[in-house]
Design a protein. Structure first.
Length: 153
């Protein structure tokens, strides 16, 4: 979604290419989202047919799922906010509104309902591990549910 002019051949070629991803780590303990193959539910629709919000949402789901797979039983996923004193938010839901909005739903450490709405051009997400809530026997894992929905859509 830029102002770059392409020939018809370049546009067709770009649309036919699969998405690329790469990650290099000094100390790697588990595969990262970039190193895993795209799930069938994500790969079935070409990137060129997705809005920027949908494509960003799908990749965020993969990052969240991968991050949660590396947490221990006493931790849950949260996201930190950059550029301010807003703190962190436990991720309890995520969505997109095509063509260009991503939304995170959750709560802050005091339990206050929180929602972040972001334009894809400003997307900047810091994933964090927080101790699970004391009153829960098991940590909340939203990444699995988000990824499952991608496969069902």
């Amino acid at each position: 979604m830029d102002d770059r002019i392409e020939t018809t051949a370049e546009a067709i070629e770009t649309a036919a290419l699969p998405p690329k991803a790469r990650a290099i780590h000094l100390k790697q303990t588990a595969p990262t989202a970039e190193q895993e193959p795209l799930p069938d539910g994500v790969a079935k629709t070409p990137v060129a047919q997705k809005s920027p919000a949908e494509w960003a949402y799908e990749r965020l789901v993969l990052y969240i799922k991968n991050f949660e797979e590396q947490l221990d039983k006493g931790e849950e996923i949260a996201m930190g906010f950059t550029g301010g004193d807003a703190g962190v938010m436990r991720i309890e839901g995520m969505g997109f509104y095509a063509p260009d909005i991503i939304t995170f739903y959750g709560s802050d450490p005091t339990g206050t309902k929180t929602q972040q709405i972001q334009h894809v051009s400003q997307l900047n997400v810091l994933l964090r591990a927080l101790p699970k809530e004391v009153d829960q026997p098991e940590p909340n894992r939203i990444g699995f549910r988000l990824a499952q929905q991608l496969e069902e859509d």
